[in-house]
Design a protein around this ligand. Structure first.
Ligand code: NAD
Length: 253
């Protein structure tokens, strides 16, 4: 059912949330647009400006690593300033109330952690862009360190002391999905009674399979996204409203 207006949407959400014992939110870039971080697929989004850098190209070319870091530093204008929005705060409230055993996110912006949800309850399918790691030895690097080295090396991406390549701790196109988060996301999807897909165009696989998995295992499915998605016909409730507006009533003060 597509909610006819915001009030109907909020009432529908309230009923489902009150009746649920285990709610699993699944978030995409749309929950963070009100925080100033552009999504990928809305008009004017990043997608339309730059072709993504595939993992194999990052590995095989210094030029691509330099370009990847140049883009990341340019994006810091958005990431560094962003604070959790109303959607993040509402989900943190539900988590505090003991209704959310875990949250799955495709986002890489760390805003769910910043909203107060403990990192152990957040499953990051595509990693985190607020720090970097060495692809060979897994050592963690802070972005400021990378930025200083990059600038000192005439815009050349630095390598780890072990010789490995340093990359933001994110999953690129063509990079293998992380095993443990995939396992945890599957378990959460199969064991919830309410699955909330929020701010995702649901076109990036395999992440987009989780709403389907939850529905097939008996959960009620809600999709909150201002544009239609391929899964709308399967959902128990479709909310085509602004995410912040739809979730603000669920922020506990
Ligand atoms: P997407 O860009 O494909 O889809 C976002 C959807 O959110 C769009 O359909 C858009 O209509 C909707 N939306 C945007 N703002 C909204 C709002 N205020 N209210 C309601 N709907 C809104 O994003 P995706 O499905 O998450 O896939 C993009 C991939 O890119 C993700 O896998 C993620 O890793 C990455 N990404 C992350 C961030 C981030 O961390 N904030 C930002 C951009 C891209």
């Amino acid at each position: 059912m597509i909610a006819a207006d915001l009030e109907t949407a909020i009432n529908g959400l309230r009923g489902l949330i009150e009746n649920a014992e285990a709610i699993v939110p699944f978030t995409g870039a749309g929950i963070s647009t009100e925080c100033g971080i552009p999504d990928f697929r809305s008009p004017g989004g990043q997608w339309t400006k730059n072709q993504p850098i595939y993992f194999d190209d990052f590995i095989s070319s210094q030029e691509m690593r330099d370009e990847a870091w140049k883009r990341r530093f340019a994006m810091d204008e958005y990431f560094a300033k962003a604070k959790p929005g109303r959607g993040h705060r509402a989900l943190a409230s539900l988590h505090r109330a003991g209704k959310v055993p875990g949250l799955i996110t495709q986002n890489i912006d760390n805003l769910h952690q910043d909203s107060g949800i403990s990192a152990k309850d957040i499953v990051e399918l595509h990693g985190n862009t607020t720090y970097a790691t060495c692809l060979s030895c897994d050592r963690r690097y802070e972005l400021q360190w990378v930025r200083d080295k990059y600038a000192a090396g005439a815009n050349c991406a630095p390598d780890c002391s072990c010789g490995g390549y340093i990359k933001t701790a994110t999953i690129s196109f063509g990079q293998q999905m992380p095993e443990e988060p995939m396992r945890r996301a599957e378990a959460l999807s199969k064991n919830c009674d309410l699955f909330l897909a929020i701010g995702s165009s649901l076109v990036v696989w395999p992440a987009a399979g989780f709403p389907l998995m939850a529905k097939q295992h008996g959960a009620a499915l809600v999709i909150i996204n201002r544009e239609p998605t391929e899964f709308d016909a399967l959902a128990d409730l479709v909310v085509r409203q602004d995410i912040g507006d739809a979730l603000a009533p669920f922020i506990a003060h």
